[in-house]
Design a protein around this ligand. Structure first.
Ligand SMILES: Cc1cc2nc3c(=O)[nH]c(=O)nc-3n(C[C@H](O)[C@H](O)[C@H](O)COP(=O)(O)OP(=O)(O)OC[C@H]3O[C@@H](n4cnc5c(N)ncnc54)[C@H](O)[C@@H]3O)c2cc1C
Length: 306
């Protein structure tokens, strides 16, 4: 069946959300890279997520889940199938010390809401530009805190549209990984347990972490954050810096001169430039230190066809 046909069929089923055909993905990624998706589907309710997932399962159409696009590099040829975009599911509710946040909510907003309610535990996330779903999938963390510290459970959907709840233990959260990425589940919402805090302490922590981030990270350029995981016993950024790679790259992409762990889209880079730069960094670090850098960012989609 053609993409036009399944786009039309899905359009008839989606009322609260929206669908777009042949949609450029560079609008949705923090690197500002990526070709077109056949269809971007942004359901407005959990039932609509289920409708899209079930339809894709029955029609054998691949789905790529896109959060806030802050840890993803989409190739220049774009994505075949449906890109499921959760941005419309963005409610954050607080009841006592429990927060329930939908997958498409920004974790920065969840951190702000927690601070407003004088709850401590989410300060670490005040500058992580991901969605709740992406942060759950990656077990996002910074400055000594991570999702694993505060999560109690998550509601997820499998590729057939079945919804179920996974406890913290069942989520198998590790360093930038979880059962969400290994099994390909879709996070619908997450529940966090926070602790009553002292307002001025929370605000001071957030201000300090924001200062550290702004002074050390090249936030003025599009990027996917730290490209590589921390190899045991080392820091990826230091290995890259000591390999003399800062300022080097392909086309419009280069290893940041401010933070060697970041590759920035400095000047109209293509995804190919960005991926070649990643490859160059891996090869040079391997040559100089004998260490294989493991990717933290996910590279998805297809090469541009001739
Ligand atoms: C400037 C900058 C700073 C950053 N700083 C940090 C940091 O301090 N700490 C840190 O951990 N990360 C950091 N990151 C990386 C990134 O923000 C996190 O990994 C974030 O959690 C990714 O969330 P996302 O919604 O953007 O996910 P995306 O990039 O959209 O997707 C990442 C992965 O998660 C999956 N995914 C997304 N949503 C869902 C869902 N609802 N259900 C299932 N799977 C899903 C995707 O399919 C993909 O495999 C930074 C990135 C940038 C650009």
């Amino acid at each position: 069946m053609s993409k036009h046909r399944w786009f039309q069929e899905l359009q008839m089923k989606i009322q609260d959300g929206w669908l777009l055909l042949d949609e450029p993905l560079n609008k949705y990624t923090k690197t500002r890279l990526g070709g077109k998706a056949d269809v971007v589907a942004a359901p407005g309710t959990i039932e609509e997520v289920q409708t899209v997932v079930t339809y894709a399962y029955e029609q054998n159409i691949p789905i790529l889940l896109l959060g806030n696009g802050s840890n993803m590099v989409v190739r220049d040829g774009g994505v075949r199938g449906i890109v499921l975009y959760m941005a419309n599911l963005n409610k954050i509710q607080i009841d006592g010390t429990t927060m329930i946040a939908e997958a498409g909510a920004h974790i920065i907003d969840a951190s702000k809401e927690a601070a407003k309610a004088c709850l401590t535990g989410l300060e670490f996330a005040c500058g992580i530009p991901g969605s709740i779903g992406g942060a759950m999938a990656m077990n996002a963390g910074a400055y000594g805190g991570e999702i694993k510290d505060i999560i109690t459970q998550a509601t997820v959907m499998d590729h057939t549209g079945k919804v179920f709840v996974l406890s913290k233990e069942e989520l198998e959260l590790g360093y930038r990984k979880s059962i969400i990425t290994t099994k390909g589940y879709y996070v619908l919402s997450a529940e966090f347990q926070l602790t009553p805090g002292v307002q001025c302490d929370i605000d001071a922590t957030v201000a300090d972490l924001t200062f550290q981030r702004e002074s050390k990270q090249p936030l003025e350029y599009p990027s996917a954050g730290s490209v590589f995981k921390r190899p045991p016993g080392y820091f990826a950024g230091k290995l890259i810096q000591d390999s003399g790679l800062q300022g080097k790259g392909f086309g419009g992409a280069e290893v940041s001169t401010k933070h060697a762990g970041f590759i920035v889209n400095k000047k109209n880079a293509t995804a190919t430039d960005y991926i070649q730069t990643i490859q160059m960094v891996k090869e040079e670090v391997k040559k100089k230190f004998g260490i294989d850098l493991e990717m933290e960012v996910k590279i998805v989609g297809e090469e541009l066809s001739e």
